[in-house]
Design a protein around this ligand. Structure first.
Ligand SMILES: *Cc1c(COP(=O)(O)O)cnc(C)c1O
Length: 370
């Protein structure tokens, strides 16, 4: 066995996908559901699981590299589309330098800049495709999208989009809970749906995909309060971690703990809790603070900040405390543990979202499945 090792519990993820499908589609009236794979760099086994689930409509990611992986992982039909019938969705508004690839691999592209949309139209024309897009509207979180208050600007952009022959405006999208940490509620999401209706009546078009947000919306869906008119949501965290990201609650029926990291102990020594000598900067340029807790049994595990986010890992042995770490080492206080740890033993941690992200991005972490 090689360590550090990430263990992915596919049965837990399957359970969580079932619950997210039930809540968003069966109970909250969403017509389509996008599940997001960027949290684990489009892990092949998770991608296969989502591709085989009848409740999933879009496989979505923020990076084209991850979406390209789908086409290696999954069987394709004679037109080069995913044979499972799932559509691909690009979450990050595209770079002008990647538009040919967008046209080639992406069924539905979230986008906000009219200049980029015009260039996308050129790429689509060149490759003889009609490219579906969602125009992003910013409801106050202040990341991507046209600001909701500037209605005339939104209508101008829509008018310009409608002149582009190889672009089809399928709807609008909103993202919250990110930069501004703004919580989606019945009022701001309700206004977002109003904007969709206003675009339809002003321009005489129909928008079928009104994409209402990410795992921050799950608390609304879970309590039957997702505003009517939202027809799609894009969910990462809730089907992986089981949590919703507005109030950090557990989504009903989901289970936590699908991602576990195992690491090997390389040193155990009884040492003081306070470093000895003049203090300067730590390995990451910060001035650390340590509390004097007397002598402690300290274990070093062979995994570090290059592979994991210390704030997003919880020891399965509750008596272990994480003291800190550097790029390649993490130091644990094992003084109070009931287990008699030896050098060479394996310690396990349950990972949160950013722990999963870092562990799946590190090429030093082995993966296994159960
Ligand atoms: C990451 C992302 C999502 C999914 O976010 P979760 O909180 O993991 O559900 C949805 N939409 C956009 C635009 C994203 O960037």
């Amino acid at each position: 066995m090689k360590y550090p090792r990430l263990i992915i519990d596919l049965a837990k993820i399957k359970n969580n996908v079932d619950q997210v499908v039930r809540i968003t589609k069966e109970e909250s009236g969403c017509e389509t559901l996008a599940l997001v794979t960027k949290g684990h760099c489009a892990d092949p086994e998770i991608v296969k699981l989502l591709a085989s689930h009848p409740g999933v409509d879009f496989l979505a990611d923020s990076r084209i590299e991850n979406i390209k992986k789908y086409f290696d992982i999954l069987p394709c039909d004679e037109n080069g589309k995913l044979a499972c019938g799932k559509k691909t969705m690009m979450l990050r508004i595209p770079m002008q330098s990647e538009l040919d690839e967008i046209v080639k691999y992406i069924d539905l592209c979230q986008i906000s800049e009219i200049e980029t949309i015009k260039l996308l139209n050129e790429s689509a024309k060149k490759l003889s495709k009609i490219q579906d897009i969602l125009l992003m509207i910013d409801m106050g979180d202040l990341r991507e999208g046209l600001l909701f208050r500037n209605r005339e600007k939104i209508h101008e952009v829509v008018s310009e989009i409608l002149t582009l022959e190889n672009i089809k405006l399928r709807g609008i999208g909103v993202n919250m809970n990110c930069y501004g940490a703004i919580i989606p509620k019945e009022d701001n999401l309700g206004e977002f749906v109003d904007i969709a209706r206003e675009i339809e009546s002003r321009h005489g078009i129909e928008l079928d995909i009104i994409s209402g947000g990410n795992s921050g919306t799950m608390y609304l869906s879970d309590s039957g309060r997702l505003p009517k008119g939202i027809t799609n949501v894009r969910i990462g965290e809730s089907h992986l971690m089981g949590t919703e990201s507005s109030y950090l609650g557990q989504v009903s029926g989901t289970v936590p703990g699908a991602f576990t990291l195992e690491a090997e102990i390389v040193e155990i020594q009884l040492k003081p809790s306070l470093p000895i000598g003049e203090s300067g900067y730590d390995a990451f340029g910060h001035v650390p603070y340590y509390e004097d807790k007397g002598e402690m049994m300290r274990a070093i595990i062979a995994v570090g900040k290059q592979d994991i986010e210390i704030d997003s890992m919880t020891p399965v042995d509750e008596k272990i405390e994480i003291m800190g770490g550097s790029s390649d080492h993490i130091i644990l206080d094992i003084t109070n543990s009931e287990r008699d740890y030896k050098v060479g033993d394996i310690v396990s941690f349950t990972l949160g979202y950013s722990g999963m992200l870092r562990a799946t991005t590190s090429c030093y972490v082995e993966k296994s499945y159960k």
